[in-house]
Design a protein around this ligand. Structure first.
Ligand SMILES: C[S@@+](CC[C@H](N)C(=O)[O-])C[C@H]1O[C@@H](n2cnc3c(N)ncnc32)[C@H](O)[C@@H]1O
Length: 324
Protein backbone atom coordinates (compact mmCIF):
# COMPACT_ATOMS: atom_id res chain seq x y z
CA UNK A 1 0.00 0.00 0.00
CA UNK A 2 1.07 3.61 -0.49
CA UNK A 3 2.22 5.31 2.69
CA UNK A 4 -0.50 6.17 5.18
CA UNK A 5 0.26 7.13 8.77
CA UNK A 6 -0.99 4.66 11.40
CA UNK A 7 -2.75 7.65 13.00
CA UNK A 8 -5.12 7.61 10.00
CA UNK A 9 -6.51 4.24 11.00
CA UNK A 10 -6.90 5.23 14.66
CA UNK A 11 -8.80 8.30 13.47
CA UNK A 12 -10.98 6.15 11.21
CA UNK A 13 -11.77 3.87 14.14
CA UNK A 14 -12.93 6.91 16.17
CA UNK A 15 -15.09 8.03 13.26
CA UNK A 16 -17.02 4.76 13.23
CA UNK A 17 -15.07 2.73 10.67
CA UNK A 18 -13.88 0.03 13.14
CA UNK A 19 -15.51 -2.88 11.34
CA UNK A 20 -14.37 -1.72 7.91
CA UNK A 21 -10.71 -0.89 8.48
CA UNK A 22 -9.28 -4.22 7.40
CA UNK A 23 -11.51 -4.21 4.31
CA UNK A 24 -10.41 -0.64 3.47
CA UNK A 25 -6.74 -1.59 3.90
CA UNK A 26 -7.23 -4.58 1.58
CA UNK A 27 -9.04 -2.46 -0.99
CA UNK A 28 -6.25 0.14 -0.94
CA UNK A 29 -3.59 -2.56 -1.35
CA UNK A 30 -5.54 -3.96 -4.29
CA UNK A 31 -5.98 -0.57 -5.94
CA UNK A 32 -2.37 0.59 -5.54
CA UNK A 33 -1.30 -1.92 -8.12
CA UNK A 34 -0.52 -2.36 -11.80
CA UNK A 35 -3.47 -4.75 -11.99
CA UNK A 36 -5.86 -1.96 -11.00
CA UNK A 37 -4.18 0.57 -13.31
CA UNK A 38 -1.47 -0.17 -15.89
CA UNK A 39 0.27 3.17 -15.18
CA UNK A 40 0.63 2.61 -11.45
CA UNK A 41 4.34 1.69 -11.60
CA UNK A 42 5.08 4.70 -13.83
CA UNK A 43 3.37 7.06 -11.37
CA UNK A 44 5.03 5.43 -8.37
CA UNK A 45 8.43 5.86 -9.99
CA UNK A 46 7.67 9.49 -10.89
CA UNK A 47 6.89 10.27 -7.24
CA UNK A 48 10.10 8.53 -6.15
CA UNK A 49 12.04 10.66 -8.69
CA UNK A 50 10.64 14.02 -7.54
CA UNK A 51 13.47 16.30 -6.39
CA UNK A 52 14.26 15.61 -2.77
CA UNK A 53 13.84 19.17 -1.52
CA UNK A 54 12.20 20.64 1.55
CA UNK A 55 9.84 23.42 0.42
CA UNK A 56 10.73 26.74 2.06
CA UNK A 57 7.08 27.76 1.93
CA UNK A 58 3.73 25.98 1.89
CA UNK A 59 0.50 27.92 1.48
CA UNK A 60 -2.74 25.98 1.19
CA UNK A 61 -4.89 29.07 1.56
CA UNK A 62 -4.67 30.40 -1.95
CA UNK A 63 -6.21 29.73 -5.35
CA UNK A 64 -3.07 28.00 -6.63
CA UNK A 65 -2.06 25.83 -3.71
CA UNK A 66 1.58 26.64 -3.19
CA UNK A 67 4.39 24.26 -2.35
CA UNK A 68 7.93 25.62 -2.42
CA UNK A 69 9.50 28.51 -4.27
CA UNK A 70 11.62 28.53 -7.45
CA UNK A 71 14.75 29.33 -5.43
CA UNK A 72 14.38 26.04 -3.50
CA UNK A 73 15.42 24.11 -6.60
CA UNK A 74 18.79 23.97 -8.33
CA UNK A 75 18.96 24.60 -12.07
CA UNK A 76 19.25 20.88 -12.76
CA UNK A 77 16.34 19.97 -10.46
CA UNK A 78 13.74 22.10 -12.25
CA UNK A 79 13.58 20.04 -15.48
CA UNK A 80 13.46 16.86 -13.40
CA UNK A 81 10.48 18.23 -11.48
CA UNK A 82 8.64 19.23 -14.65
CA UNK A 83 9.33 15.86 -16.28
CA UNK A 84 7.89 13.99 -13.29
CA UNK A 85 4.83 16.27 -12.99
CA UNK A 86 4.06 15.67 -16.67
CA UNK A 87 3.73 11.94 -15.96
CA UNK A 88 0.47 12.74 -14.18
CA UNK A 89 -1.29 14.25 -17.21
CA UNK A 90 -4.24 14.96 -17.39
CA UNK A 91 -4.32 17.34 -14.41
CA UNK A 92 -8.03 18.11 -14.03
CA UNK A 93 -8.61 19.72 -10.61
CA UNK A 94 -6.41 22.49 -9.26
CA UNK A 95 -4.51 24.79 -9.81
CA UNK A 96 -1.26 24.06 -8.00
CA UNK A 97 1.99 25.94 -7.81
CA UNK A 98 4.93 23.63 -7.19
CA UNK A 99 8.30 25.37 -6.79
CA UNK A 100 7.03 28.05 -9.17
CA UNK A 101 5.64 25.57 -11.74
CA UNK A 102 2.04 26.66 -12.22
CA UNK A 103 -0.09 23.60 -12.91
CA UNK A 104 -2.91 25.12 -14.90
CA UNK A 105 -5.49 22.39 -14.48
CA UNK A 106 -8.55 21.87 -16.68
CA UNK A 107 -10.77 23.25 -13.90
CA UNK A 108 -10.42 26.37 -11.82
CA UNK A 109 -11.49 24.41 -8.75
CA UNK A 110 -10.82 27.51 -6.65
CA UNK A 111 -13.94 29.08 -8.17
CA UNK A 112 -16.12 26.32 -6.72
CA UNK A 113 -14.40 26.81 -3.36
CA UNK A 114 -15.00 30.57 -3.47
CA UNK A 115 -18.69 29.98 -4.14
CA UNK A 116 -19.19 27.94 -0.99
CA UNK A 117 -16.55 28.90 1.59
CA UNK A 118 -18.49 31.76 3.19
CA UNK A 119 -21.72 29.77 3.51
CA UNK A 120 -20.55 26.51 5.06
CA UNK A 121 -20.13 26.04 8.80
CA UNK A 122 -16.58 27.13 9.67
CA UNK A 123 -14.35 24.09 9.28
CA UNK A 124 -12.13 24.91 12.29
CA UNK A 125 -11.69 21.74 14.36
CA UNK A 126 -14.05 19.68 12.18
CA UNK A 127 -13.53 16.20 10.76
CA UNK A 128 -14.35 16.28 7.10
CA UNK A 129 -15.06 13.73 4.38
CA UNK A 130 -14.69 14.69 0.70
CA UNK A 131 -16.29 12.00 -1.46
CA UNK A 132 -15.02 11.98 -5.05
CA UNK A 133 -12.23 14.39 -4.11
CA UNK A 134 -10.24 14.06 -7.36
CA UNK A 135 -6.67 15.31 -6.86
CA UNK A 136 -7.53 16.40 -3.32
CA UNK A 137 -7.46 20.10 -4.24
CA UNK A 138 -10.44 20.93 -2.02
CA UNK A 139 -9.10 18.69 0.79
CA UNK A 140 -6.09 21.02 1.05
CA UNK A 141 -8.36 24.07 1.01
CA UNK A 142 -10.45 22.52 3.82
CA UNK A 143 -7.32 21.96 5.88
CA UNK A 144 -6.32 25.58 5.28
CA UNK A 145 -9.68 26.58 6.81
CA UNK A 146 -8.68 24.75 9.99
CA UNK A 147 -10.27 21.31 9.52
CA UNK A 148 -8.77 19.01 12.13
CA UNK A 149 -8.84 15.96 9.88
CA UNK A 150 -9.69 15.57 6.19
CA UNK A 151 -10.36 12.28 4.44
CA UNK A 152 -10.80 12.26 0.67
CA UNK A 153 -11.84 9.19 -1.27
CA UNK A 154 -11.68 8.68 -5.01
CA UNK A 155 -11.46 5.43 -6.99
CA UNK A 156 -9.60 7.06 -9.91
CA UNK A 157 -6.00 6.12 -9.20
CA UNK A 158 -4.42 8.90 -11.28
CA UNK A 159 -6.08 11.56 -9.13
CA UNK A 160 -5.00 9.83 -5.93
CA UNK A 161 -1.43 9.77 -7.25
CA UNK A 162 -1.68 13.52 -7.99
CA UNK A 163 -2.64 13.93 -4.32
CA UNK A 164 0.50 12.02 -3.36
CA UNK A 165 2.64 14.37 -5.46
CA UNK A 166 1.48 17.20 -3.19
CA UNK A 167 1.64 15.09 -0.04
CA UNK A 168 5.26 14.17 -0.92
CA UNK A 169 6.13 17.80 -0.12
CA UNK A 170 3.38 18.86 2.30
CA UNK A 171 3.65 15.84 4.65
CA UNK A 172 0.45 16.52 6.57
CA UNK A 173 -0.76 13.40 8.37
CA UNK A 174 -4.18 15.00 8.97
CA UNK A 175 -5.00 15.04 5.24
CA UNK A 176 -5.37 11.70 3.49
CA UNK A 177 -6.85 10.46 0.23
CA UNK A 178 -7.76 6.79 -0.25
CA UNK A 179 -8.15 5.13 -3.68
CA UNK A 180 -11.62 3.78 -2.94
CA UNK A 181 -15.24 4.59 -3.76
CA UNK A 182 -18.22 5.42 -1.61
CA UNK A 183 -19.42 1.80 -1.72
CA UNK A 184 -16.23 0.82 0.12
CA UNK A 185 -17.06 2.95 3.16
CA UNK A 186 -20.84 2.86 3.53
CA UNK A 187 -22.49 0.40 5.84
CA UNK A 188 -21.67 1.88 9.25
CA UNK A 189 -22.91 5.04 10.86
CA UNK A 190 -19.98 7.41 10.55
CA UNK A 191 -19.38 10.53 12.57
CA UNK A 192 -18.00 13.17 10.21
CA UNK A 193 -18.83 16.79 11.06
CA UNK A 194 -18.95 17.86 7.39
CA UNK A 195 -19.38 15.75 4.27
CA UNK A 196 -18.76 17.09 0.78
CA UNK A 197 -20.19 15.40 -2.32
CA UNK A 198 -19.21 17.57 -5.26
CA UNK A 199 -19.60 16.51 -8.87
CA UNK A 200 -20.85 13.06 -7.99
CA UNK A 201 -24.65 12.93 -7.68
CA UNK A 202 -25.34 12.87 -11.43
CA UNK A 203 -22.97 9.92 -11.81
CA UNK A 204 -25.04 7.88 -9.36
CA UNK A 205 -27.69 5.65 -10.87
CA UNK A 206 -29.89 6.08 -7.77
CA UNK A 207 -29.71 9.68 -6.53
CA UNK A 208 -31.92 9.06 -3.47
CA UNK A 209 -29.71 6.18 -2.40
CA UNK A 210 -26.68 8.51 -2.70
CA UNK A 211 -28.36 11.05 -0.39
CA UNK A 212 -29.10 8.29 2.15
CA UNK A 213 -25.47 7.16 1.99
CA UNK A 214 -24.27 10.72 2.55
CA UNK A 215 -26.51 10.96 5.61
CA UNK A 216 -24.96 7.82 7.06
CA UNK A 217 -21.53 9.45 6.87
CA UNK A 218 -22.60 12.39 9.05
CA UNK A 219 -23.00 12.74 12.79
CA UNK A 220 -26.32 14.16 14.08
CA UNK A 221 -26.46 17.82 13.00
CA UNK A 222 -23.43 17.36 10.78
CA UNK A 223 -23.38 19.34 7.55
CA UNK A 224 -23.73 18.12 4.00
CA UNK A 225 -22.30 20.21 1.17
CA UNK A 226 -23.68 18.91 -2.11
CA UNK A 227 -22.60 20.27 -5.49
CA UNK A 228 -24.07 18.94 -8.69
CA UNK A 229 -25.39 19.64 -12.16
CA UNK A 230 -28.92 21.06 -12.23
CA UNK A 231 -31.33 22.22 -14.89
CA UNK A 232 -33.12 25.53 -14.88
CA UNK A 233 -36.79 25.21 -13.82
CA UNK A 234 -37.83 26.26 -17.34
CA UNK A 235 -36.43 22.95 -18.60
CA UNK A 236 -38.63 20.88 -16.28
CA UNK A 237 -38.18 18.95 -13.05
CA UNK A 238 -35.68 16.31 -14.06
CA UNK A 239 -33.52 15.64 -17.09
CA UNK A 240 -32.72 12.02 -17.83
CA UNK A 241 -30.22 12.16 -20.69
CA UNK A 242 -30.39 9.48 -23.33
CA UNK A 243 -26.80 8.44 -23.94
CA UNK A 244 -24.16 11.03 -23.17
CA UNK A 245 -24.52 14.47 -21.59
CA UNK A 246 -21.85 16.98 -22.70
CA UNK A 247 -19.93 13.91 -23.86
CA UNK A 248 -19.93 12.45 -20.34
CA UNK A 249 -20.97 8.86 -19.93
CA UNK A 250 -22.92 7.75 -16.87
CA UNK A 251 -24.89 10.94 -16.30
CA UNK A 252 -28.07 9.35 -14.99
CA UNK A 253 -30.22 12.30 -13.98
CA UNK A 254 -30.03 16.08 -13.60
CA UNK A 255 -32.69 17.59 -11.31
CA UNK A 256 -33.91 21.18 -11.09
CA UNK A 257 -33.04 23.06 -7.91
CA UNK A 258 -36.54 22.52 -6.49
CA UNK A 259 -36.51 18.81 -7.36
CA UNK A 260 -33.22 18.36 -5.55
CA UNK A 261 -34.48 20.32 -2.56
CA UNK A 262 -37.46 17.94 -2.44
CA UNK A 263 -35.14 14.95 -2.60
CA UNK A 264 -33.18 16.34 0.35
CA UNK A 265 -36.43 16.77 2.29
CA UNK A 266 -37.41 13.19 1.44
CA UNK A 267 -34.01 12.02 2.65
CA UNK A 268 -34.86 13.83 5.92
CA UNK A 269 -32.16 16.47 5.80
CA UNK A 270 -32.95 19.71 7.65
CA UNK A 271 -32.18 23.36 7.11
CA UNK A 272 -31.78 22.86 3.35
CA UNK A 273 -30.62 25.79 1.24
CA UNK A 274 -29.29 26.30 -2.23
CA UNK A 275 -26.46 28.82 -1.93
CA UNK A 276 -25.30 29.13 -5.52
CA UNK A 277 -26.33 28.39 -9.09
CA UNK A 278 -23.70 29.11 -11.75
CA UNK A 279 -23.30 28.16 -15.39
CA UNK A 280 -19.94 26.60 -16.20
CA UNK A 281 -17.95 28.89 -18.48
CA UNK A 282 -15.00 28.36 -20.82
CA UNK A 283 -12.86 30.24 -18.30
CA UNK A 284 -13.66 27.73 -15.56
CA UNK A 285 -13.28 24.49 -17.56
CA UNK A 286 -10.90 24.40 -20.51
CA UNK A 287 -7.99 22.58 -22.15
CA UNK A 288 -4.57 23.71 -20.93
CA UNK A 289 -0.96 22.60 -21.27
CA UNK A 290 -1.57 20.34 -18.27
CA UNK A 291 -4.85 18.89 -19.63
CA UNK A 292 -4.49 18.78 -23.38
CA UNK A 293 -7.57 16.67 -24.15
CA UNK A 294 -10.94 18.08 -25.21
CA UNK A 295 -12.85 20.19 -22.72
CA UNK A 296 -16.08 22.17 -22.32
CA UNK A 297 -15.69 24.11 -25.59
CA UNK A 298 -15.78 20.81 -27.50
CA UNK A 299 -18.81 19.58 -25.57
CA UNK A 300 -21.11 22.49 -26.38
CA UNK A 301 -22.97 23.19 -29.63
CA UNK A 302 -20.58 25.28 -31.77
CA UNK A 303 -23.48 27.52 -32.89
CA UNK A 304 -25.29 27.80 -29.56
CA UNK A 305 -23.32 27.55 -26.35
CA UNK A 306 -26.52 27.33 -24.28
CA UNK A 307 -26.76 23.71 -25.50
CA UNK A 308 -24.55 20.65 -25.25
CA UNK A 309 -23.62 18.92 -28.50
CA UNK A 310 -26.39 16.44 -27.71
CA UNK A 311 -28.92 19.29 -27.57
CA UNK A 312 -29.40 19.35 -23.77
CA UNK A 313 -29.18 22.53 -21.66
CA UNK A 314 -25.51 23.51 -21.15
CA UNK A 315 -23.94 22.68 -17.75
CA UNK A 316 -25.38 24.62 -14.84
CA UNK A 317 -24.15 23.72 -11.37
CA UNK A 318 -25.69 24.33 -7.96
CA UNK A 319 -24.45 24.05 -4.38
CA UNK A 320 -26.72 22.94 -1.52
CA UNK A 321 -26.09 22.91 2.19
CA UNK A 322 -28.17 20.77 4.52
CA UNK A 323 -28.01 19.36 8.02
CA UNK A 324 -28.46 15.83 9.21
C1 LIG B 1 -16.58 15.55 -11.42
S1 LIG B 1 -15.32 14.94 -10.42
C2 LIG B 1 -15.45 16.03 -9.04
C3 LIG B 1 -14.13 16.27 -8.32
C4 LIG B 1 -14.23 17.25 -7.13
N1 LIG B 1 -15.10 16.74 -6.10
C5 LIG B 1 -14.71 18.59 -7.59
O1 LIG B 1 -15.84 18.93 -7.27
O2 LIG B 1 -13.96 19.30 -8.24
C6 LIG B 1 -16.05 13.44 -9.78
C7 LIG B 1 -15.05 12.56 -9.03
O3 LIG B 1 -15.78 11.50 -8.41
C8 LIG B 1 -14.98 10.34 -8.49
N2 LIG B 1 -15.88 9.19 -8.33
C9 LIG B 1 -16.55 8.49 -9.28
N3 LIG B 1 -17.26 7.50 -8.73
C10 LIG B 1 -17.04 7.56 -7.39
C11 LIG B 1 -17.49 6.78 -6.28
N4 LIG B 1 -18.28 5.73 -6.44
N5 LIG B 1 -17.08 7.13 -5.04
C12 LIG B 1 -16.25 8.20 -4.87
N6 LIG B 1 -15.79 8.95 -5.89
C13 LIG B 1 -16.18 8.64 -7.13
C14 LIG B 1 -14.31 10.45 -9.84
O4 LIG B 1 -13.15 9.65 -9.91
C15 LIG B 1 -14.01 11.92 -9.93
O5 LIG B 1 -12.74 12.25 -9.43
Amino acid sequence: MFDYPESLFSELALLGFSKQISRIKKQCAKNFSATYHGDFEKWKKAIACLPDVKPSRIDLDRADILVGQPSDLSESELPILVKQLKQFHPWRKGPFNIFGQYIDTEWRSDWKWDRLKEDISPLGGRKVLDIGCGSGYHCWRMRAEGAQFVLGIDPTLLFVMQFFVMQHYIQDTQVNVLPIGLADIVGSNLEFDSVFSMGLLYHRRDAMEHLQELKQCLREQGELILETLVIDDQHGELLIPEGRYAQMRNVWSIPSVSTLENWLVQAEFKNIRCIDVSPTTFNEQRSTDWMSFQSLQDYLDANDDTKTIEGYPAPLRAIFIAER
